[in-house]
Design a protein around this ligand. Structure first.
Ligand code: SAH
Length: 359
């Protein structure tokens, strides 16, 4: 189909998505431009922030791509204290971030899950519940997800990593701790409970094809999720998947593919929240700006105390590891202004798609 018709089509089918994923040159530029127009018309030029708190790198999983996987004994394991977490949340509030996102290696023992419940309740007490709370703490039981929701968390991020079972098992061990169907079921549970549910994938993985990526986009639409995070895969030398690092597209290509994924999804789901992942910046210094220009509308500035950041290297060469939170705030503000966007402070920045669905 002619690119102009494709870009204004109401409902993209898989063959359309495949054509757009293969777009090059002028067609690629047109795709990005169209996605940007759609975003600006539906969501304006506003960028929402989530202050990221990397709670702990202790993890029971062994995902083959992840630098903090259990089994990587080169990592010094840490866990923030309750006071440190609450201090980060207060800082988020002071900086006007409006929301925090707590992310961690996966643990599902009671001590951990109860601690999260307590922390969420305490964060909810800051200034009369003014901070929004996103959790990204992996797969948990329905009971635990409910407990955290009842305590006040209202958004949950759980990337599916791949919607294709065969690819999922190429990048995870095939055992009871890494179960594709369980991860899928968690997404359904989160949606049922009423979380603004986010998911996503890495782009440019070994063995990943355009067909897989098209299926990922169709999966996001079929689940009608409220948020999506997609970023380039970055090979970590201390992980098993690094063996295949020579088989993946070059950084520029992974960046372009990520931008295409963001742009196509913006056409498919105009009102969702989409994160400009920090990983974009590892492959391109302007990566986050480019993601925002291609249709993303959320940024997650890091609030983790600097002393711990080097230990939460899920991938190497992570951006902003040495920045102080205050610097980060003014830097992001300027960077967004430079591309005609405006950071929205003191707001939860809920997904418009979700808010409308609920009404
Ligand atoms: N334990 C949580 C958080 C995982 S880290 C969970 O299971 O959801 C958050 C995301 O970082 C992962 O979902 C994955 O998509 C991404 N990630 C991990 N390793 C990466 C790598 N080497 N390159 C790029 N992204 C990576």
């Amino acid at each position: 189909m002619n690119i102009k018709d494709l870009l204004t089509k109401d409902f993209l089918e898989k063959e359309d998505i495949l054509q757009l994923l293969a777009a090059e040159g002028d067609e690629y530029e047109q795709l990005l431009k169209r996605a940007s127009e759609v975003k600006l018309s539906v969501l304006d030029n506003k960028v929402h922030l989530r202050g990221l708190i990397e709670l702990s790198n202790i993890c029971r999983k062994s995902c083959l791509y992840c630098g903090v996987r259990s089994g990587n004994d080169r990592v010094e394991r840490y866990s923030l204290t309750d006071d440190e977490v609450l201090e980060c949340a207060r800082l988020a509030h002071q900086l006007g971030y409006g929301s925090v996102a707590i992310q961690s290696g996966e643990r599902s023992d009671r001590e951990f899950t109860d601690r999260i419940t307590r922390l969420v309740s305490k964060i909810k007490k800051i200034d009369g519940g003014s901070l929004g709370i996103t959790l990204s703490l992996g797969e948990q039981s329905e009971e635990v997800y409910r407990q955290w929701f009842d305590a006040g968390a209202h958004r949950y991020l759980l990337r599916i990593e791949s919607s294709t079972e065969a690819l999922y098992y190429k990048i995870h061990p095939h055992d009871e701790r890494h179960d594709f169907h369980k991860r899928l079921a968690c997404i359904d549970t989160l949606l049922d409970i009423g979380y603004q549910t986010g998911t996503g994938v890495m782009v440019g993985l070994p063995f990943q094809t355009l067909d897989h990526l098209a299926d990922d986009l169709l999966f996001f639409r079929s689940k009608d999720v409220a948020m999506v995070g997609m970023g380039p895969y970055i090979p970590h030398p201390d992980t098993p998947l690094y063996t295949f690092a020579n088989q993946i597209p070059a950084p520029e290509e992974r960046m372009r593919l990520t931008l295409k994924m963001i742009a196509i999804l913006r056409l498919m789901m105009p009102e969702i929240n989409m994160v400009a992942a920090t990983a974009n910046e590892t492959v391109d210094p302007m990566g986050r700006e480019k993601a925002i220009q291609a249709g993303a509308n959320v940024i997650m500035p890091n609030l983790t105390p600097n002393a711990y950041r080097e230990d939460y290297l899920i991938y190497p060469d992570k951006a902003c590891v040495n920045d102080k939170p205050e610097q980060c705030r003014s830097c992001l503000d300027l960077r967004m202004k430079a591309i005609g966007h405006e950071v929205l402070y003191n707001a939860w920045g809920d997904s418009v798609a979700f808010t409308k669905k609920k009404a």
